[in-house]
Design a protein around this ligand. Structure first.
Ligand SMILES: Nc1ncnc2c1ncn2[C@@H]1O[C@H](COP(=O)(O)OP(=O)(O)OP(=O)(O)O)[C@@H](O)[C@H]1O
Ligand SMILES: [Mg+2]
Length: 191
């Protein structure tokens, strides 16, 4: 696949990203590659992909699975216990989880997260970000990243800002919103 320019920008960007892009423009596709590349290149990390519903989380997980199987199959641990409906383990010790948040994020507490990807972030309730803040804050110093994406603009950015502010109290955050990838993304056609 030849990635569109904005998708290439996302893949080349560093730090925290807020991606706003229209429906069916390839958000999940680019995130599948981003998550897979990160997992392959960074040992002993935890990638968490979250979405507000189980179906949404699983859709994205399927895309990541597809990408991994096509491109990095030799990096995957063999055995059914390493590839469940929500978890994928690599030989380098990195794990990718894909989980629905529900209304308050109860089911995603307890993880220490190195790369957090929030799909359709505008639909993830604020309480979930409260639950997640400690999970990501402990790893920000060692380069943890937050990537959130959505087709919906304002609400999404507010959530993202809120999440960054939550961890900023403890750790220095490089505020990348001004030169963020989302500014380059196509304007949403609809939400
Ligand atoms: N660079 C590309 N070139 C060709 N096809 C692409 C590209 N990026 C994505 N696609 C295709 O476009 C379709 C939509 O992609 P994807 O599901 O990633 O979009 P999305 O923005 O996440 O959609 P939604 O808003 O419904 O969540 C898929 O069929 C995908 O394979
Ligand atoms: Mg999508």
């Amino acid at each position: 696949m030849i990635y569109d320019q904005w998708q290439q920008d996302v893949l080349a960007a560093e730090g925290n990203l807020a991606i706003r892009s229209g429906r069916q423009t390839g958000k999940s596709t680019v995130i599948s590659k981003l998550a897979s590349d990160y997992a392959k290149n960074n040992p002993k990390k935890l990638v968490m992909v979250i979405a507000s519903t189980e179906r949404q989380a699983y859709l994205l997980f399927e895309k990541i699975l597809d990408y991994m199987f096509i491109n990095y199959k030799e990096y995957l641990k063999k055995g059914k216990q390493y590839q469940t409906k929500t978890k994928l383990e690599l030989k380098n010790g990195t794990k990718i989880y894909c989980l629905p948040t529900g209304l308050d994020g109860r089911g995603i507490r307890g993880f220490t997260v190195d790369l957090l990807i929030a799909d359709e972030a505008a639909f993830i309730p604020r309480a979930v970000y409260n639950a997640l803040t400690p999970s990501i804050a402990t790893r920000i110093k060692t380069g943890a990243r937050i990537t959130s994406l959505t087709a919906s603009q304002i609400k999404h950015l507010l959530h993202f800002i809120y999440l960054l502010r939550s961890v900023q109290g403890k750790i220095k955050i490089f505020w990348r919103l001004k030169k963020n990838v989302c500014l380059k993304c196509p304007t949403p056609k609809s939400t």
